[in-house]
Design a protein around this ligand. Structure first.
Ligand code: SF4
Length: 758
């Protein structure tokens, strides 16, 4: 066997670590961290090493599967696509909205899906698009859109130069960061302390990150916005406002001051559970430390005031003078250009754009507004089940496992079973895809190229790293981007042949080239679209590689098709297998803005209204003795499919109900014995784990478990099934500004199944 070493970026989470892969021919024998990677410098977590088991997993689908009743059979691609044409054709003919789409979280880590997924959506033309964004991050997209003008114009902590970091609702020692692309968060947080700085964690659980922090503050679930408003109140009242780099670029300061009057630390303390003097101290630390930032993540998004908490994170950063400054919260300048790069139409002043608009259409059953082109996924089950015009009768899922990951998932599971037709693009027959009529598998990680188009827009350092496929496609495999284009061909009525996909591929490049030619500053040196098309197609490149090359060459560091000999192109990235470091984050105001005013909108109208009508009245709510449920994350778990890798799930069971000792004693709960947990929508039974690492009055269950569904084909996950916490979460509870599911702060009751002492 021929031994060789290959390098590629890990696609399994947002951290984008570089991997060193030891290969014997096409077999992966060892995974190490790539010490020469310009961003991760050799770091990797246990999930990265599990790539070896993922590649070899016998349950991973390698050929298209067609279901008849409860039986599945492997088929060739032609038969699979013909079956899809037969199933979808009449439904599309009746109504395009009758075909829904669900896009799972792994799409964000996938070059082919990032570039070609939108072609499928455009070709289908259905209003019924859903994604994982409304279970984890839509509040941040909405608040960033309203404040800065773009869904991904999200400031990230300048982690490597920060001296004081306040972390809310995030556990980056387990998650490695999210909406903040950075490898080795543990090392980088410890480095803050090593240079004399501090990091403080606010969380209802003493997570691993909280254990490592200089200070951990327990907070009642769902009250981050109250706490953050307490910081805003203090900063304003104590005369600590200093806009710094944002000076002259901010609208709405007076409105924020008016709203904050209600949120004195003494007022919010009984609601959030953090005492007034601590709130004042944290506010002063943020405002007086030279380089400081606030970072809020999933716990701040998946709650009833998700958008307000996400907004307040950036309000605090702005008022404390930490926005767009070295060591504060800064904007990335990604190499692929696009909306986050300051590229404007000719003649438009810096920072002025169209802003964002929501609610251009509403869901049929609950009249919920769309956000960035999609409806809240919590509405998916009812849109399938409620009869009438526009009812979803077929569904296309591309990655994801919404039966485990979305609220009130028992209802979604039943709804999927009632569809007339379903097609899934996935690597497993899981709790969701078991309902499909056809499953289209995609090649393994090693057979795919990789570039993090989305995640490098949120990186704490400007970097670019392209990974070519490590091994070739097997004769029966199709690249994922081609699978998506063939599906697009079917829904567009052009057929599923390779030729039809090639036409769509050329169409995608042509439209991207035309946009680049029309964009100011794209540095195409007067070349026309046809010439650029030819230049990008030399060397046999097809699919997402051609589009990526275009993005790089016309992006802010690009070679402008030869105009800048030092500039980036795909050739340059191919010659640099450990990535290209484009330097630390730089100040970007006002160019990064895209609001109609060209200013940071500190008090958007929709947010002011939500504060006045929901948040301020909620100040009267204090702890009432009821138990509330929160989620949690584990280092060895991310998406539910990782539970099919023995190396990641073996050992001490991790799907447990964490309960504080006081609550356990009051309820007669016994360590290791099962308890029954009930919410308004469901009930489950789960082993108890008693720990003082959780607040009294709060219980916690990790997400992504519950692998006991008949018809799923994930043998390891079935042995470590756990329970599905989303049987308890309530699809009727949404953050109204973003449509995001409320997954934290769910009222529950807990009872012992085995009485203490029995
Ligand atoms: S931290 Fe994320 S990117 Fe890095 S090795 Fe682990 S799973 Fe992969």
């Amino acid at each position: 066997m021929a031994k060789r070493t290959a390098f590629r970026t890990c696609p399994l989470c947002e951290a984008t670590c570089g991997l060193e892969l030891h290969m014997d021919d096409d077999e992966l024998t060892l995974v190490r961290g790539d010490r020469d990677d310009v961003f991760s410098r050799g770091y990797l977590c246990p999930k990265g090493t599990a790539l070896k088991q993922l590649e070899a997993d016998p349950d991973r689908l390698r050929a298209p599967m067609v279901r008849t009743g409860d039986s599945w059979r492997e088929v060739g691609w032609d038969e699979a696509f013909a079956e899809i044409e037969r199933g979808l054709g009449p439904i599309i003919e009746a109504s395009r909205d009758a075909v829904g789409v669900y896009l799972g979280n792994p799409n964000a880590h996938n070059l082919g899906a990032m570039v070609m997924g939108k072609v499928l959506l455009q070709a289908l033309g259905s209003a019924n698009v859903f994604s994982a964004s409304t279970v984890d991050q839509m509040p941040k997209q909405v608040s960033a859109g309203l404040m800065f003008g773009g869904a991904l114009t999200v400031p990230v902590p300048d982690l490597d130069r920060c001296d004081y970091l306040l972390i809310l609702g995030a556990n980056p020692f387990a998650s490695n960061g999210s909406l903040m692309t950075v490898p080795d968060v543990p090392g980088r947080l410890r480095a803050i302390r090593a240079r004399g700085g501090r990091f403080v964690v606010v969380d209802p659980r003493r997570s691993k990150t909280a254990e490592e922090a200089d200070e951990h503050l327990f907070i009642r679930p769902g009250t981050d916005a109250h706490f953050l408003f307490g910081l805003v109140h203090t900063i304003i009242r104590e005369g600590l406002v200093r806009l710094g780099a944002a000076e002259g670029h901010v609208d709405g300061l007076e409105a924020v001051s008016r709203l904050a009057e209600h949120y004195a630390p003494e007022v919010v303390a009984p609601t959030c559970g953090i005492d007034a003097e601590t709130i004042r101290r944290v506010a002063r630390d943020l405002a007086t430390t030279e380089r400081a930032a606030v970072y809020g993540r999933i716990g701040t998004c998946t709650q009833e005031f998700g958008t307000l908490a996400s907004w307040l994170v950036d309000v605090v950063n702005t008022l404390a003078g930490n926005l767009d400054r070295e060591g504060g919260a800064m904007f990335t300048l990604p190499a692929t250009g696009g909306a986050n790069t300051g590229a404007t139409k000719a003649g438009t002043p810096a920072g002025v754009g169209r802003g964002v608009r929501f609610g251009r259409r509403h869901s049929r059953v609950r009249d919920l507004p769309e956000f960035f082109g999609e409806f809240p996924v919590a509405a998916l089950a009812e849109e399938i089940e409620a009869p009438g015009d526009g009812q979803i009768r077929a569904l296309i899922t591309v990655a994801g496992n919404p039966v485990l990951s979305t609220p009130d998932s028992g209802a979604l599971d039943r709804a999927l079973g009632s569809l007339d037709f379903m097609v899934s693009v996935d690597i497993y027959r899981n709790e969701t895809t078991r309902h499909a009529n056809v499953i289209l598998p995609v090649p393994g990680v090693l057979s795919r190229s990789h570039y993090d188009v989305a995640l490098y827009s949120l990186a704490v350092r400007n970097v670019a790293n392209y990974s070519p496929p490590v091994i070739g496609l097997k004769p029966h495999e199709l690249p994922e981007w081609e699978v998506l284009l063939r599906l697009a061909g079917i829904v567009a009525g052009q057929g599923s042949t390779a030729e039809a996909a090639a036409v769509l591929d050329d169409f995608v490049l042509t439209s991207q080239v035309q946009k680049a030619v029309a964009r100011e500053g794209s540095n195409v040196e007067g070349r026309d679209a046809g010439e650029l098309f030819e230049m990008l197609s030399t060397g046999g490149r097809r699919g997402p590689e051609r589009v990526l090359d275009l993005m790089l060459r016309t992006g802010p560091y690009g070679d402008g098709f030869g105009a800048d000999p030092e500039g980036l192109s795909l050739d340059v990235l191919e010659a640099n297998p450990h990535g290209v470091d484009l330097g630390p984050l730089q100040p970007r105001l006002p160019d990064v803005l895209r609001t109609p005013s060209g200013k940071i909108e500190l008090a958007p109208e929709a947010i002011v209204e939500d504060v006045e009508t929901r948040l301020t009245p909620s100040l009267a709510r204090h702890a009432n003795g009821e138990l509330v449920l929160v989620g949690r994350r584990d280092l060895r778990s991310n998406n539910s499919w990782m539970h099919n890798l023995e190396v990641l799930v073996k050992g001490k069971p991790r799907c447990t109900l964490q309960v504080h000792p006081d609550d356990a004693a009051r309820l007669g709960l016994v360590e290791g014995a099962d308890a029954r947990v009930r919410s308004r929508v469901g009930a489950l039974e789960i082993p108890v784990e008693i720990t003082d690492g959780i607040m009294p009055g709060v219980v916690s269950i990790p997400h992504g478990w519950g692998h006991d569904a008949a018809g799923a084909e994930m043998e390891v996950a079935g042995r470590y099934a756990g329970v599905n916490t989303n049987l308890l979460t309530d699809g009727s509870q949404l953050d109204p500004l973003s449509g995001n599911a409320v997954l934290n702060g769910i009222p529950v009751t807990v009872e012992a199944l085995v009485p203490a002492g029995a």
